[in-house]
Design a binder for this molecule. Structure first.
Ligand code: PHE
Ligand code: ZN
Length: 881
């Protein structure tokens, strides 16, 4: 480890590469500790570069063995090679072939970047800068080459050998017990999309026929014995491939598409060309081991990685500043896919919950950055909610501004114009400006300005004159490095709900009818006059969450209750209830802090009851309405001087009140929604389970023994993980004997299944009780826990730090110290995962002063450590800002 005060890399410093690589031939001889890689690169000077330039190749912890140019050994005086790179000051003037041999130790690779071993199998992870840990290379996405990979291994150790592209040869190496496979990928790609796998794996296969009638062999490879849990992922892949043909006209391009699930993986999954490598959490599922949420995540991640084949692989990023070009766009695509496969409104609500819970929080703190950052020290730290989730919102806004047909035309133009190339955000947006014949220069601010815009809306209705006036102001708050902001172009989808619940037509003075209800804001403050509004209406603002903004409108609780029962936009029905609840909760937090009592609001319960009793609504939607704002939501809405204990108490009181007031209805629903058929993960069945389990949780919230017993019974009788886990979650909130009995049963029942034990770790880490810190400390010594596995770290430590607001933020600061200590230990093994865990401190400045001081002291102690990784140093220093 070394603390690198590496200078920041800036977008404005971008230069085209001096050297291009046409082809790469890799010969990889797998060995547990001494894997040999022979790389043959066909290089040529970039015609657009500025004349003769040295050849500078990246490396990271490499051992160089030999270097030749056009077949002749290069004298040691003519190059410099070390662990971090290889430089040839005076290479040949024209094209040449460079051959380099390196040796690496996959078993010692605890960073899980480059070539490493997981459960004894060999696999790779190259995004963003892992390929340089395999061989010397111009490791940047604008260098695209055609790869041929020969992989050789002991047949017993690695009977399965997989690479990018199509298999072109395989066979034995006579008399050695070794065998080989040769894979060729005809599509030029950046090296971050390179992958190989070798190991003992079981497989589940099917054949897919593309829209033009080509046949593609699909396969999901998993650890031995787990193939029966790969069926859902395989079927999700088929659905994804069909959907991309239908929704975007995109056809798959190779003869095979392979997915490999591994147990040790830093992120969710990786879109390597033709060989996606997955965290097994996003592949393996059975009714007994995976929840409905797990099934939905698997479907979404399988789709996401598949969709990258066009948005990311065929068209890649010019440089890492453009990361949202592939990630924001691909998240948008996977969200649309899931919306089509499941319920669109429910998916939208779930996505907005994630956006607010992660991205809004990031955007409001010291780690805020634009969707397209302009500088970074460590690119691994920019795989963020802002780049991914806000990046997706920006694409969605383009669609809302342009309408679906023009949006599709813009996408078609993008695919046609940039296929096979590395592109920029400017090039992407230009396709939509051209397709729509419109100027998107103000829209570009969404990529350049960090911070969540705040919109204030006031209305004045003149029923005699039939006009409704909306005064709308926007402010983008300051963020690190961006003290002053310009006004943004914001598409606000709007409706006016009349007394009968029907929408009144929107006629904007000076414009006419508002197409698709889209009101476009462009100025700091604007007045919009709507004519023909003769009846009283309630404005429904930002329908479907058309723009990722915060809205303050002069809607009273009567208006909100009206929208909650009448708005034709389901998202805003849900939003109205959330806003009502949030206002009550914020008031009660303040009351608790000044020693007052909490206010009980019959209006909210009334609104909830009317939604509960509306049988036309889908259960999954009702479940979302019944889920009141989380502790994180409330903290974010309060924004400063946050007291997590008061928030917990206010929220707990409201849940008890709802559970008490609605008990009869909740109980009737709980019984009615009982599903006696066999488990199916489809969205409708999942929705019924979701609602039933929310009912259970609310029934138990007041702590009545009968309801706790109901949860214990559901835990014991469940025939699927969704119901079992929901019951355990409810029990976990009640300090009872039933809780410890069920936890012990769970540990015993699933002792051999690390992915399921992760649920057990996570649940215990989230118990809002002062004893939890000691419990989590004890669990770090549990035989199933390991700092070497990112899923274990995220389950136990990530859940504690990110999802247990009262206990991570203990007033005595011991939660901070514990997490910081674990982060420092982890940093020596896996800096990426350590840095990610440290982002739990990102909201420290918003805390009340006692906790704020303790958090700052902890951050400063970590920062003072002399041997931080670049990943961790970057997060800690930006957090202290
Ligand atoms: N590109 C991956 C995805 O979004 C994420 C990833 C990044 C995985 C870096 C591994 C390493 O699909
Ligand atoms: Zn992605």
């Amino acid at each position: 480890m070394r603390t690198e005060h590496a200078r920041p890399i800036r977008l404005s410093d971008y230069r085209a590469p001096d050297w291009l690589v046409d082809t790469v031939h890799l010969d990889v001889a797998l060995h547990p500790s001494r894997t040999r890689i022979k790389a043959r690169l066909a290089l040529r000077p970039n015609p657009s570069a500025r004349g003769p330039a040295p050849l500078v190749l990246d490396g990271d912890e490499l051992t160089p063995l030999s270097v030749t140019i056009d077949g002749a050994a290069l004298p040691a005086t003519e190059y410099a090679a070390g662990p971090d790179g290889l430089t040839i000051p005076q290479p040949p003037a024209g094209p040449f072939v460079l051959e380099v041999e390196t040796e690496i130790d996959p078993s010692a690779n605890t960073k899980l970047m480059g070539l490493y071993r997981s459960s004894g199998n060999y696999c790779t992870q190259c995004e963003a800068e892992g390929f340089r840990r395999i061989t010397y290379f111009p490791d940047r996405p604008d260098v695209m080459a055609v790869y041929t990979t020969r992989i050789e291994a002991e047949r017993d150790e690695a009977p399965v050998l997989l690479g990018n592209g199509n298999l072109v040869a395989r066979g034995d190496v006579p008399g050695t017990g070794r065998h080989f496979a040769v894979w060729h990928d005809p599509f030029p790609k950046p090296c971050y999309l390179f992958a190989l796998v070798g190991g003992r794996l079981d497989v589940r296969r099917t054949t897919f026929t593309t829209m033009s009638g080509r046949s593609v062999e699909l396969a999901v490879y998993v650890e031995p014995g787990k193939a029966d849990r790969a069926g859902y992922a395989l079927a999700a892949l088929e659905r994804s491939m069909r959907w991309d043909e239908q929704a975007f006209g995109r056809e798959y391009d190779l003869d095979v598409f392979n997915i490999v699930a591994v147990a040790d993986f830093n992120m969710g999954a990786m879109e390597n060309k033709g060989l996606n490598i997955f965290n097994d959490k996003y592949v393996l599922a059975s009714p007994e081991t995976a929840t409905d949420a797990d099934f939905a995540h698997i479907e979404a991640v399988i789709a996401h990685e598949y969709f990258h084949n066009w948005t990311g692989n065929r068209i890649t990023c010019r440089d890492w500043f453009q990361l949202c070009l592939k990630e924001g766009l691909t998240v948008f695509r996977d969200q649309e896919f899931s919306a089509d496969m499941r319920s669109r409104p429910v998916k939208r609500i779930a996505d907005v919950r994630v956006l607010r819970g992660h991205q809004f929080v990031e955007d409001a703190g010291p780690l805020a950055h634009p969707v397209r950052p302009e500088t970074y020290r460590e690119i691994n730290n920019f795989y963020t909610a802002t780049v991914y989730e806000k990046g997706a919102e920006v694409v969605r806004m383009l669609k809302i501004l342009l309408g679906p047909e023009t949006f599709r035309a813009g996408m078609d133009l993008y695919f046609a114009r940039h296929d096979g190339r590395a592109a920029t955000i400017e090039e992407f947006v230009a396709c939509f400006a051209e397709a729509g014949g419109t100027d998107l220069s103000q829209f570009m601010l969404w990529y350049g300005q960090a911070g969540t815009p705040e919109i204030a809306v006031t209305r004045r209705h003149d029923s005699q004159g039939g006009t409704l006036v909306l005064d709308i102001a926007q402010v983008v708050p300051p963020t690190p490095g961006q003290p002053a902001k310009s006004p943004m172009q914001i598409p606000l989808v709007l409706g006016f709900v009349g007394p009968d619940g029907r929408d009144v037509p929107l006629t904007l003075r000076g414009h006419g009818p508002l197409e698709r209800g889209v009101l476009v804001l462009t100025k700091p403050a604007e007045r919009f006059v709507f004519d023909g509004i003769t009846v009283p209406v309630v404005p429904s603002l930002n329908r479907g969450f058309s723009a990722p903004v915060k809205i303050k409108a002069d809607l009273g609780s009567d208006d909100l209750r009206f929208l909650a029962t009448h708005d034709s936009d389901p998202f805003n029905r849900w939003q109205a209830v959330q806003t009502l609840a949030s206002e009550i909760l914020i008031g009660n937090v303040a009351a608790i802090r000044t020693g007052g009592g909490v206010r009980h609001d019959g209006g909210l319960v009334h609104a909830l009851a009317s939604v509960l009793e509306d049988e036309r609504l889908e259960p999954a939607f009702v479940a979302q309405v019944l889920s009141i704002p989380s502790e994180g939501d409330i903290a974010r809405d309060i924004g400063r001087d946050v007291d997590p204990e008061a928030i917990f108490d206010a929220r707990h009181a409201l849940r008890r009140a709802i559970g008490n007031d609605l008990a009869p209805t909740l109980r009737v629903l709980y019984d009615r929604l009982r599903d006696d058929g066999p488990y199916s993960p489809d969205a409708a069945s999942a929705g019924r389970r979701a609602l039933r389990n929310v009912c259970l949780d609310l029934l138990a919230a007041p702590g009545h023994a009968g309801a706790v017993a109901l949860a214990a019974a559901q835990y014991a009788e469940a025939d699927n993980m969704t119901d079992r886990m929901a019951a355990l979650g409810t029990l976990s909130l009640h300090d009872t004997a039933e809780r410890e009995t069920a936890l012990a049963d769970f540990a015993e029942r699933f002792r051999d299944d690390p992915l399921v034990i992760d649920k057990w770790f996570a649940l215990q880490a989230m118990i809002p009780d002062p004893s939890t810190l000691a419990r989590v400390e004890r669990l770090t010594d549990h035989p199933a826990f390991s700092l070497g596995n990112p899923n274990r770290v995220r389950a136990l430590l990530g859940s504690f730090a990110q999802a247990n607001h009262t206990q991570f933020n203990r007033a005595d600061g011991k939660g901070y110290d514990f997490v910081a200590g674990m982060v420092l230990t982890l940093d020596g093994k896996n800096p990426q995962v350590a840095a990610r865990l440290m982002t739990a401190f990102r909201s420290w400045r918003a805390l009340e002063s006692g906790r704020r001081d303790k958090a700052r002291a902890t951050l400063e102690r970590v920062a003072a450590n002399p041997s931080l990784s670049r990943d961790l140093a970057d997060i800690v220093e930006r957090s202290l800002g």
